[in-house]
Design a protein around this ligand. Structure first.
Ligand code: SAM
Length: 300
């Protein structure tokens, strides 16, 4: 069984990028009244404690969301781009006690954004995380509007495309614990574009020195262009990927240095929203001079 648990990583720099793009993309779709179907193929547990054992052990949120909020607070008066404001306000809305101890995963971000006419389908394979997700979702008392399935999200999506309202956003956020996940992402996207070419597809991917990881955005670009769809690729790098030695000569692996979000059929305002937001995020989350960001999109 998988050993990946998102509780160790919640609120890290990859979540900041992913959830910033998710909030901005979903917000655009929700401007029209017609129902939107949201799909989260790799949902995780839904809600995380940043003061719990998992987050404290990894310290990843301290280099991501927690650091971002602290730095922004220390520079009051600084203009915050609207996409970043929306993301920060949404996360803060889960923090009733103002202690910054709760961080919403993608299912809870989407559940907070959705309206009565929208639907959310969540897929998660890990038995413990599925159980936690079910318990968390039950508290929302959303009835049939939100469903949780312990299923392989890559496969399960097929059953629901195209959705009845012909409006959908799919988030595909695997842990890439299995080497095969990279190929499964492209297979899922290729299949989904055949079934429902006009959906908005968001794929998170790690930027690490591994051939499959390097190939994935190239593959997604080919798939998007072959299907005649517009795309956007946003990346955030917070440190170098180089393995170094500490003063005792021990090898120091950098952890995840960077990641990207590939968006197919992006809202037309997304690039201009993300650019200033990521510029500020990269500045505040930079761990060394290697920090950077990029927002690239197909010609319209
Ligand atoms: N999307 C979540 C968020 O932003 O809060 C985080 C998801 S985490 C990166 C990936 C999750 O996918 C893990 O909880 C893992 O157990 C689950 N998983 C792995 N393979 C899966 C599969 N084939 N189908 C569904 N879930 C899977």
């Amino acid at each position: 069984m998988f050993s990946y648990r998102h509780a160790f990583h919640a609120g890290n720099h990859a979540d900041v990028l992913k959830h910033l793009v998710l909030v901005a993309s979903a917000g655009h779709l929700l401007q029209k009244d017609t129902a939107v179907h949201f799909f989260d193929t790799h949902a995780g547990a839904g809600l995380y404690r940043l003061d719990g054992d998992y987050a404290r052990t990894s310290g990843e949120a301290d280099e991501g969301f927690a650091r971002l909020v602290k730095t922004l607070e220390g520079q009051a008066g600084q203009a915050i781009p609207s996409a970043l404001q929306d993301y920060l306000a949404l996360v803060a809305s889960f923090d009733s006690k103002g202690q910054r101890s709760v961080y919403p995963g993608s299912p809870f971000i989407l559940s907070r954004l959705m309206r009565p006419q929208d639907r959310l389908k969540l897929f998660e394979l890990h038995p413990t995380d599925t159980k936690t997700l079910r318990a968390n979702v039950a508290q929302l008392e959303a009835g049939t509007r939100i469903s949780v399935s312990q299923e392989d999200g890559f496969e399960a999506l097929k059953k629901f495309l195209p959705p009845p309202s012909r409006r959908a956003l799919v988030l595909c956020d695997p842990s890439y614990e299995l080497k095969n996940d990279y190929a499964r992402v492209s297979d899922m996207v290729a299949d989904a574009l055949k079934r429902f070419a006009t959906g908005t597809y968001l794929v998170w991917y790690p930027i690490i020195p591994r051939t499959e990881a390097h190939e994935l955005p190239k593959r997604l670009k080919t798939l998007s262009e072959r299907a005649g769809r517009l795309w956007l690729n946003a990346t955030l790098t917070v440190k170098s990927s180089k393995i170094t030695r500490d003063e005792d000569g021990e090898l120091q692996r950098p952890g995840l240095p960077a990641s990207g979000m590939w968006v197919i059929n992006p809202p037309f305002t997304l690039a201009s929203q993300l650019d200033p937001a990521l510029a500020l995020i990269a500045k505040h989350l930079a761990q060394n001079q290697h920090a950077s960001y990029s927002v690239e999109s197909s010609a319209r």
